[in-house]
Write a protein that binds this ligand. Structure first.
Ligand SMILES: C[S@@+](CC[C@H](N)C(=O)[O-])C[C@H]1O[C@@H](n2cnc3c(N)ncnc32)[C@H](O)[C@@H]1O
Length: 348
């Protein structure tokens, strides 16, 4: 206790309260909504701090990991945001017992945030909590790639194969600025997550998006088919009771014979990126999922490109699939003239 505090015990009490608030400011951004709600009602100070956390979360679904914030907008009910962990790329399954990722403790684009350590300007960096910042989980040793070191937009690969779906990668000498790495630089269009009465959260364009523009990757946990089937069963049960909006995507690649030659299972339900908010449309919507391969990377990634010009404030959607094999499938509210009335579902 300092001399001034000894003379005035009130000062000492204030210092303790201040330190306590500083600790709470650091801890609360890690908590899930259920815990925040329960401590929020315990006293005025906690209510004030938790309100700040809630407001920060509502401002950016991407937790500061993307180039632009993606706000949650809800004019329907009182749900302020949806809780999930953020990853920019596909990742191996995460152990959630040990994984921590704050939401609101970092500075966004140079702005020192309220939740930085007071008087220090120290903010825990989002990079620190990144799940796996490398889009290429597994690399092919000795893979051949391009040799243009500083190609910018003019990469030689673009002349050779001007095809969507093949990019430069870890075996190329070029860097992220290469014109043939459009899907590797994060989300470059402004988006927002809007609440819909029937479909739940929905991803919208917050600016004009030109045809063929890259919108986002479908990022999440990369699962084996066995694990995908196990989780699908649980999700189906919860979704039928409207307790969960699952975001497990299964993409299959077919040979010309029609046989499946590859399948990718990506679960963005607990950990994912803003693509987890894209709803289904029976008319095919305005996004095309493309399987993107990169030189030197073993695994392909699933990326969304605009299949036509998309106006500002238009919902972004794609077709989840064709098959409707499950009994009691969920109702579809896509609103298109070709709507089947039931969401696509397959036996994964
Ligand atoms: C990948 S999530 C999309 C985001 C989701 N709306 C949310 O609130 O998190 C898939 C889930 O969204 C809902 N959904 C997607 N498209 C829909 C549609 N056309 N009609 C009704 N519900 C839809 C279903 O609950 C589905 O299981």
């Amino acid at each position: 206790m300092s001399e001034t505090e000894r003379q005035n015990p009130n000062n000492h009490q204030n210092t303790i309260i201040k330190s306590l608030i500083q600790c709470l400011n650091l801890i609360i951004p890690y908590l899930p909504p259920i815990d925040i709600a329960s401590i929020s009602s315990s006293c005025k100070t906690l209510h004030k701090i938790t309100k700040k956390v809630t407001n920060t979360r509502s401002c950016d679904a991407s937790r500061g990991f993307e180039n632009f914030p993606t706000p949650f907008i809800n004019k329907i009910d009182s749900k302020p945001y949806d809780f999930f962990y953020y990853t920019q790329n596909q990742t191996l399954p995460i152990n959630f017992d040990t994984f921590l990722q704050p939401w609101g403790t970092y500075s966004v684009k140079g702005l020192v945030h309220d939740f930085c350590l007071p008087n220090t300007k120290i903010c825990p960096r989002p990079d620190f909590y990144r799940v796996w910042s490398d889009p290429f989980l597994f690399r092919v040793e000795g893979g051949s790639g391009c040799e243009c070191r500083s190609c910018g937009e003019e990469c030689c690969c673009l002349d050779e194969k001007d095809e969507l779906g093949h990019e430069c990668g870890p075996s190329c000498l070029c860097g992220l600025e290469c014109g043939n790495r459009v899907t590797q630089r994060g989300v470059r269009v402004k988006l927002k997550v809007v609440r819909d009465e029937k479909k739940g959260w929905s991803l919208y364009g917050d600016e004009f998006i030109g045809r063929c523009s890259f919108v986002c990757e479908y990022a999440g946990e990369l699962l084996t088919t066995g694990e995908a089937r196990r989780r699908q069963e649980i999700y189906d049960e919860l979704a039928s009771k409207r307790k969960l909006s699952p975001a497990l995507l299964v993409v299959k690649e077919h040979l010309s014979s029609g046989n499946v030659c590859m399948r990718i299972n990506i679960d963005a339900t607990r950990i994912g990126n803003i693509a987890r908010f894209i709803n289904h449309s029976c008319d095919g919507g305005n996004l095309s999922p493309v399987i993107v391969r990169s030189s030197g990377a073993l695994l392909p990634r699933v990326c969304f490109f605009a299949s036509r010009d998309i106006q500002e404030n238009e919902e972004l959607t794609f077709r989840y699939g064709e098959a409707r094999l499950k009994e009691n499938g969920l109702k579809c509210f896509c609103g298109s003239s070709s709507c089947y009335g039931i969401l696509p579902s397959e036996n994964t």
